[in-house]
Design a protein around this ligand. Structure first.
Ligand code: B16
Ligand code: MG
Length: 215
């Protein structure tokens, strides 16, 4: 097989927490009087919590905020977001994603998560995949967010695989760029579909089986 491991982004690939991110940021933005909409929210895909806040604060017109104040705002958003995540359950994992993951495992592939989120383990638990992946590289083990390759290089390292043996599945252009910077092939889905830097485009998640079956 062409690959030995697959590294999956979480939000926008395995499940959809993007709307919860939107609702939580929107609540915070409304509170501090900053304009925020779905288009701005799209720029937050794959971006770390603090970098997301910086994007939202591009429209902030008040006095410059201190690092501590920014941390407080990010914490406030995360509290709202985590409360929303409690609604998630195994019903938020689509049968197509579940069956494809199980099939890929039976083919002997190593499967990992490569997510910018610091809530990745909680989300995986909510959707019933708490013990499924062979490795999890997330926002808690990285210092630089996508498009920096760190999150995927760490995932490959946890799997004990060379980057060139790994395929990354991503919904964010920043994530596709991160895969390329890591020396990994990538498959773009959702918002990243059609992005020129991706190795493959996934019209549907199950198309991964075909890609991985090729020599
Ligand atoms: P948290 P992914 C990313 O997840 C989200 O796409 C992005 O919108 C979010 O800001 C980031 O995680 C950090 O999330 O606040 O939970 O640490 O797409 O890399 O799985
Ligand atoms: Mg994503």
């Amino acid at each position: 097989m062409r690959y030995k491991g697959i590294i999956f982004d979480l939000d926008g690939v395995i499940c959809h927490t993007d709307h919860y991110h939107y609702l939580a940021w929107k609540q915070l933005a409304d509170k501090i009087g900053v304009y925020f909409d779905e288009t701005i929210n799209n720029r937050l895909r794959g971006v770390s919590r603090m970098d997301s806040l910086e994007i939202i604060l591009e429209r902030w017109t008040g006095e410059p905020l201190s690092g501590e104040e920014k941390e407080q705002l990010a914490d406030e958003k995360n509290t709202i977001y985590k409360e929303l995540l409690k609604q998630m359950s195994p019903k938020d994992l689509s049968p197509e994603v579940k069956e494809t993951l199980e099939h890929l495992r039976t083919r002997g592939l190593q499967l990992a998560i490569g997510s910018s989120s610091r809530n990745a383990r909680f989300i995986l638990g909510q959707i019933g995949l708490g013990d499924f992946f062979d490795a999890i590289s997330d926002g808690n083990n990285i210092t630089k967010s996508k498009p920096h390759p760190e999150v995927f290089l760490m995932a490959a390292d946890y799997l004990k695989l060379k980057p060139s043996d790994c395929l990354v599945v991503e919904d964010a252009k920043a994530g596709i760029d991160a895969a390329k910077a890591a020396g990994m092939d990538s498959a773009a889905i959702g918002d990243a579909f059609g992005y020129s830097q991706a190795t493959y485009n996934l019209f549907t998640f199950s198309k991964l089986i075909q890609i991985c079956s090729a020599q």
